[in-house]
Design a protein around this ligand. Structure first.
Ligand SMILES: [Zn+2]
Ligand SMILES: [Zn+2]
Length: 326
């Protein structure tokens, strides 16, 4: 396949490559979206930039606040801006020079659509397009945070929103023989268990107010869980094993007909995220001078530093030279 943007990394994981190829073949209508997701999955694999940015959780956060709530995420600004610029270039209608990459990243991590819309207005971009681009831009960072902060998650999490990033789940998985219900976040990939009969969005538990829509033919593993109280819906899937984090949005993309069916029947997904995390993205200070030598110079910097503390013998004086000649 032609890959016109040489600076975009494609995923190296063979399983991802095969799955992306299958989606590309079976759902040609999703190409624009798929190429962004493919780029984000490729960038997720590059590791260092994003795993180094995983923050320490804010110590005094409310009990129901996700782990990233009010965190300060320090990123390598050059690498982060470069990534956002490469991603934006995939969409011809967007001029990457007119969008502040770090501001977009921060607004997307915080799921702050109003801020993304303001950036879109400044940059002359269609707001919906920039919302999608923002979420794809934030994916590598959020997935790194989910991996890096997995041990910080509370032992039990009863909320409908993601315990890491505050988003609503994109799918409810029923895995294994016991069909345990697990919600999955499409942004950071986190999964969390929640009781079977409870609305994700409004905590409704009364049987009469909760129901299912099922596809008319074929697909036995899919359903749409609906709540008559808040009119919310979430897609459900029965699987042998939990989806990999990278597979969640690919799965979401291939089940759009279920979303259409839910919307046609008057159900919808909330516009606002489950919890506004209000994280900040700050730039890692650039390394200069000695600090840079110390951090990147490997072994030889030590020789230089030792040289500073123990100056080498002064160059021979003219007297010495003369002596040498004698
Ligand atoms: Zn999440
Ligand atoms: Zn509800």
């Amino acid at each position: 396949m032609l890959w016109p943007h040489a600076r975009i990394r494609r995923p190296r994981n063979v399983e991802i490559q095969e799955r992306v190829a299958a989606v590309r073949r079976d759902h040609p209508e999703s190409e624009a979206w798929l190429s962004l997701l493919e780029a984000a999955l490729g960038e997720s694999e590059t590791g260092v930039t994003w795993s180094a940015a995983v923050p320490t959780p804010a110590s005094e956060r409310p009990i129901k606040a996700p782990v990233l709530s009010h965190s300060e995420i320090t990123v390598d600004a050059r690498a982060a801006r470069s990534w956002v610029r490469r991603l934006l270039k995939l969409t011809p209608a967007v001029n990457p020079r007119r969008i502040d990459g770090l501001a977009l990243l921060e607004a997307a991590v915080c799921h702050d659509d109003a801020r993304i819309d303001a950036l879109a207005l400044e940059g002359g971009v269609e707001p919906q397009a920039l919302r999608v681009l923002g979420q794809m831009a934030a994916l590598p960072l959020l997935q790194a945070c989910a991996r890096g902060l997995a041990t910080e998650l509370p032992a039990t999490w009863w909320e409908g929103y993601c315990p890491v990033c505050g988003a609503w789940p994109v799918v409810a998985e029923y895995t294994g023989l016991e069909r345990k219900r697990q919600l999955r976040c499409g942004r950071c990939g986190t999964g969390w268990a929640i009781p079977l009969l409870r609305c994700v969005f409004c905590d409704e538990t009364a049987h009469d107010n909760l129901g299912y829509l099922t596809p008319e033919a074929g697909e036995q593993t899919r359903k749409i869980e609906v709540c008559h109280t808040c009119k919310g819906y979430v897609k459900g899937v029965t699987t042998v094993r939990a989806l990999a984090a990278w597979a969640i949005l690919l799965d979401d993309l291939t089940t759009v007909p279920l979303d259409v069916a839910a919307l046609e029947r008057g159900y919808r997904r909330p516009e606002r995220p489950g919890y506004l995390i209000e994280s900040r993205i700050v730039e890692q200070p650039p390394m200069r001078g000695w600090r840079k030598l110390v951090e990147v110079g490997g072994g030889w910097w030590r020789l230089l530093r030792r040289g500073l503390h123990h100056p080498p013998a002064p160059p021979p004086s003219s007297t010495d030279l003369r002596r040498g000649e004698a």
